[in-house]
Write a protein that binds this ligand. Structure first.
Ligand SMILES: *[C@@H]1O[C@H](CO)[C@@H](O)[C@H](O)[C@H]1NC(C)=O
Ligand SMILES: *[C@@H]1O[C@H](CO)[C@@H](O)[C@H](O)[C@H]1NC(C)=O
Ligand SMILES: *[C@@H]1O[C@H](CO)[C@@H](O)[C@H](O)[C@H]1NC(C)=O
Ligand SMILES: *[C@@H]1O[C@H](CO)[C@@H](O)[C@H](O)[C@H]1NC(C)=O
Ligand SMILES: *[C@@H]1O[C@H](CO)[C@@H](O)[C@H](O)[C@H]1NC(C)=O
Ligand SMILES: *[C@@H]1O[C@H](CO)[C@@H](O)[C@H](O)[C@H]1NC(C)=O
Length: 555
């Protein structure tokens, strides 16, 4: 009879939790009985699988994430629900694939819609079981009521409604092509610009470059349904953003503890999206010299991100609540490869077939990360930490997905998934807490039109359509969209770079066709939604002072 290590600890909400490691013989359901862990979900933006040193030893700018991985479980075969921001976030928060949610492309800075409100998301369900909920970071699922995050089950929202390249700042940071600063001097007021017909064009252009807004909504819903009233900084200062999130994390967590509530803190950070900017203390801290012989801006940014994760961890540790907290670190999609040295690291997932010339039977070139269904587009870092529940320093080869967070959190927090729709994820608890290697047998990847044109089946990756990143690779070489019937198949157990398609047995082709067919049938025959992608005019902007041409907060 095996000796199991068991601990009883009293939770803040005075419930008992039974802890033991993977070798434990006590069933998972009993170990978790009555416990509702805090959940801290940190999601970087455009961060590559190879940006975490624990995944890819060539990277050495993540000392804390590497330490965290050593005391956590890592899933090297974990995937986002899509390869661009809004689409990936919709899949994560709903647990449903793109054709179900209708969110298949990014929302614009003047979007009228957002993630459809009859899609139910994690924060809304956690509220029904008593969690305090916050989002500090990038939302990108609509900024008008009722799509704004403070209408979507979050008690508070501090953050930027979309990507940090969707507007201007005063201190623009690093991007290609270089970003222009917001116009400031003389102050350009909308009325003044309108006096001259020629300026109308400038006004329209300026509409696309309003200052990047920072919201701070400390209660649900915006006053008078006007979320522009909750913008506290426009344009935001990107070099102080990380510290501002850290301060807000601290305040929210302390407040939740005082209120005796389990909490959900969703931290979808703006790092590692361009433009890169960070606090002075991180300048020249990267230990890898840039290949271009200038300071390694990407590495410095990674250092600040790593610092943020460490600060979050230190806070949980100082408050003595690490044992009651599931801490997850991941990314939304792979790196934006056309940004060259300002983009993240794809690790071994180079998508070689796409890069080969047509004359060699390849895809003709182009980027193989963000925007694409190639591995580097959606394979992302995943680290899960929970002392006593997750055995430290372990690696699971289970195939996991952002789609799994909804069912996993449902199990841990004790809510049931809505019955009148289908979900695409699996409960990862047996993998995380019980040493199971059973992840997805099949996983479906939406392409840039939202179609499920790439399918993972165990070690195989099948492409019905291949295409390069919409904006090319670093250097701008572009390939072509190509359709494949039968699908092009790579064996990831031997070919992580997806260089050489293989012929498989008919039964494998049949299994993949059949699984895709069943998935599409289920999608067509159960509730699915269309997102509203219309854009509005000047009134649709996230705008602090509409009198100012870049919406600058004045006073
Ligand atoms: C994490 O932060 C703590 C406290 O500031 C510091 O002592 C430690 O060195 C940091 N760890 C890493 C790996 O950076
Ligand atoms: C942003 O904040 C930093 C640190 O406080 C400050 O040095 C810098 O001047 C600010 N930038 C702008 C454009 O205000
Ligand atoms: C960073 O290094 C560059 C040269 O590599 C130098 O010009 C710059 O002053 C340094 N910045 C800081 C803050 O040390
Ligand atoms: C947290 O759990 C670990 C492993 O079960 C245990 O060693 C440690 O004492 C616990 N810490 C607290 C503060 O309960
Ligand atoms: C699904 O059920 C929820 C309650 O769980 C309800 O609010 C919603 O209207 C239902 N949707 C449909 C399409 O039946
Ligand atoms: C959301 O509403 C639309 C339009 O009423 C409906 O077609 C769709 O089935 C609903 N989706 C869900 C998930 O209930």
């Amino acid at each position: 009879m095996m000796m199991a290590m068991i601990f009883f600890i009293t939770l803040l909400n005075f419930k008992l939790i039974l802890l033991c490691f993977a070798s434990c013989t006590i069933p998972l359901s009993e170990r978790l009985a009555d416990s509702r862990p805090n959940i801290v979900l940190i999601m970087a933006d455009d961060m590559g699988w190879g940006d975490v040193g624990a995944n890819w030893p060539n990277t050495r700018d993540t000392p804390f994430l590497d330490y965290l991985a050593s005391i956590s479980m890592r899933l090297p075969d974990y995937h986002s629900g899509a390869s661009v921001c809004s689409v990936s976030r919709a899949a994560l928060l709903t647990g449903r694939l793109t054709p179900r949610t209708g969110v298949w492309q990014n929302f614009a800075s003047t979007a009228l819609g957002g993630l459809p409100t009859n899609e139910t998301i994690i924060s809304e369900l956690l509220k029904t079981v008593g969690y305090a909920t916050a989002i500090h970071g990038k939302w990108h699922l609509g900024h008008q009521p009722p799509f704004h995050p403070s209408y979507r089950g979050f008690d508070e929202y501090v953050g930027i409604p979309y990507s940090i390249d969707m507007g201007c700042t005063d201190n623009p940071g690093f991007n290609y092509p270089p970003v222009k600063a917001c116009p400031k001097d003389p102050p350009l007021f909308f009325e003044q610009k309108h006096e001259h017909a020629d300026d109308v064009k400038n006004v329209i252009e300026a509409d696309l470059t309003v200052g990047i807004p920072l919201y701070q909504c400390l209660t649900p819903h915006c006053p008078d349904n006007n979320c522009n009233k909750e913008i506290i900084e426009q344009p935001v200062n990107l070099s102080t953003l990380t510290q501002s999130y850290i301060d807000n994390d601290r305040r929210f967590i302390r407040r939740s503890i005082e209120a005796n509530k389990p909490f959900f803190l969703y931290l979808p950070l703006s790092h590692m999206h361009v433009p890169h900017d960070y606090a002075q203390q991180f300048k020249n801290t990267s230990i890898l010299p840039s290949i271009y012989g200038v300071p390694n801006i990407y590495g410095d940014t990674l250092r600040e991100l790593d610092y943020h994760v460490n600060q979050t961890y230190q806070l949980l540790q100082n408050l003595g609540i690490l044992n009651q907290t599931l801490l997850i670190f991941t990314s939304d999609n792979g790196p934006w490869s056309s940004k060259c040295d300002l983009a993240g690291n794809q690790g071994p997932f180079t998508g070689i077939w796409q890069q080969l010339p047509f004359s060699s039977g390849g895809g003709g070139g182009g980027g193989t990360a963000k925007f694409t269904t190639w591995e580097a587009g959606h394979r992302i870092p995943f680290i899960a930490h929970w002392p006593g529940m997750i055995k430290g320093g372990t690696i699971s080869n289970a195939i996991g997905s952002h789609l799994d967070l909804m069912p996993t959190i449902a199990y841990l927090a004790g809510f049931t998934l809505p019955l009148n729709r289908s979900f695409d994820g699996i409960d990862l608890s047996p993998v995380l807490f019980d040493g199971s290697n059973q992840g997805h047998e099949y996983l479906f990847h939406p392409d840039m039109l939202g179609h499920l044109s790439a399918v993972r089946y165990n070690q195989y990756k099948a492409y019905y359509t291949t295409y390069p990143a919409i904006d090319g690779a670093c250097g701008g070489k572009e390939g072509m969209i190509m359709h494949h019937k039968p699908p092009l198949i790579f064996d990831l157990s031997r070919d992580l770079a997806e260089s050489t398609p293989i012929i498989v047995s008919q039964s494998v082709y049949d299994a993949i066709d059949q699984a895709l067919h069943e998935k599409l049938n289920d999608i067509a025959s159960t509730p699915h939604t269309q997102a509203d992608y219309r854009i509005g005019g000047l009134d649709a902007r996230a705008c602090c002072d509409a009198g100012h041409i870049v919406c600058r907060c004045t006073d």
